[in-house]
Design a protein around this ligand. Structure first.
Ligand code: PLP
Length: 378
């Protein structure tokens, strides 16, 4: 059994991907070839947003978004502590300071109620609070209504880290439209992934899109050799765009399949701590994450039954070596710390077969019963 089965997906589209790659080899436009423009048009149409600017990774997407905002030393950017390192890394890379905020206990997304205290802490440290990067963890959007309200009160911009949530919706609007700037990732294991690294930034603003396109290519201006700002080499390869076009064609179907898998898990695991999706939201189920007091025993029990699992994330960022010196909101980040000790992600992908899923459900229930009875082993 695979935790994420990329081979099953490949078998479905292999012929079309081979043909798409052959077309790129034939035309030879490896950098910013026609597939890149076509992909951007299709991504923007799918998300219902004015612009999709493709780039080399989700990390570059976040970095470019912060560069648009001119973030630098002395600035503070609020990030949830329960996320992948890239969310905070890009802030630190620009010389600014990430300030860590706790999560909500049910959705694992950033607690909008924690923003005011984090802003006050940043000011107390002599930093200028500039923005907030909510993360759509495990595939469902953060609580953008509450985050926008709190951000507006504090004068903060909002950049969405949608690396795990492309395709999800909130109150009928797609990810990509839920913040002024949205960053996503096409890392192979994300819900929409390529065969290498890739990412995209979404915005409705013509001006922001233009700046992103400049930053993506060394800060180019109107003239190729008059760069108007310091930028990056952050282009998406044409080959990856060609792969993504084929994957995007089946993506709506895959999102439905993911949701069907999640619904079956919810039924089969009823009574255990299954994921909570916020009212008004849909998830693309980048992960199907349950929680147990004795998570490690559950993971070991499932491993014995031949079922792969993963822990996202065993350490909140404020506990990681590279980030431990950065500030946190006062009072600690107890919900993130509790989650880090209890979360466990089960196999989740659009091609998980019913029989496989039944095996996962039965084994999870069996181990949960055993743990509840306090029996040390099967
Ligand atoms: C994967 C991920 C990223 C980084 O994306 P890459 O394409 O790997 O650079 C950023 N934030 C979150 C929450 C992620 O899951």
């Amino acid at each position: 059994m695979q935790f994420i089965d990329l081979k099953a997906q490949q078998a479905r589209i292999r012929g079309r991907v081979d043909a798409a790659i052959a077309r790129v080899l034939d035309h030879g436009g490896y950098i910013m070839g026609p597939e890149v423009k076509e992909l951007e048009t299709r991504l923007a149409a799918y998300a219902g947003v004015g612009h999709a600017v493709s780039c080399a990774s989700g990390t570059d997407a976040l970095l470019m978004a912060l560069m648009v905002k001119g973030i630098g030393p002395g600035d503070a950017v609020l990030v949830p502590t329960f996320t992948f390192a890239a969310t905070a890394e890009v802030v630190a890379l620009l010389g600014a300071t990430p300030v860590f905020v706790d999560i909500l206990a049910d959705t694992y997304n950033m607690d909008p109620g924690g923003l005011a205290a984090a802003v006050a802490e940043a000011r107390r440290l002599g930093l200028a609070p500039r923005g907030v990067i909510p993360v759509d963890l495990f595939g469902q959007p953060a609580d953008y209504a509450a985050i926008h309200a709190a951000a507006a009160r504090e004068g903060l911009f909002v950049i969405a880290d949608a690396a795990q949530s492309f395709g999800a919706t909130l109150d009928g609007r797609r990810v990509g439209t839920l913040a002024e700037i949205t960053a996503t990732s096409f890392f192979p294991a994300k819900p929409l992934g390529c065969y290498g690294d890739g990412g995209a930034v979404f915005t409705d603003s013509d001006e922001i899109a233009e700046t992103l396109r400049s930053i993506r290519v060394h800060g180019k201006g109107g003239h190729k050799y008059d760069n108007v700002r310091v930028g990056l080499n952050a282009r998406l390869d044409t080959l990856q765009a060609a792969v993504l076009l084929e994957k995007l064609a089946i993506f709506p179907d895959e999102v439905e399949r993911r949701d069907a898998v999640a619904r079956r898990y919810a039924e089969g695991l009823a009574g255990l701590a299954t994921p909570v999706v916020m009212a008004g939201a849909t998830s693309v189920w980048a992960q199907y994450t349950i929680r147990f007091d004795d998570r490690d025993a559950m993971a070991a029990g499932l491993k014995d039954a031949g079922i792969p699992t993963a822990v996202y994330y065993p350490l909140p960022l404020h506990r990681q070596t590279a980030f431990a010196s950065h500030p946190t909101a006062p009072g600690g980040l107890p919900r993130a710390e509790a989650a880090a000790g209890q979360v466990l992600s089960l196999p989740m992908h659009p091609y998980l077969e019913t029989a496989e899923q039944d095996t996962v459900i039965a084994a999870t229930r069996r181990v949960a019963d055993r743990l509840a009875k306090g029996t040390p082993s099967a």
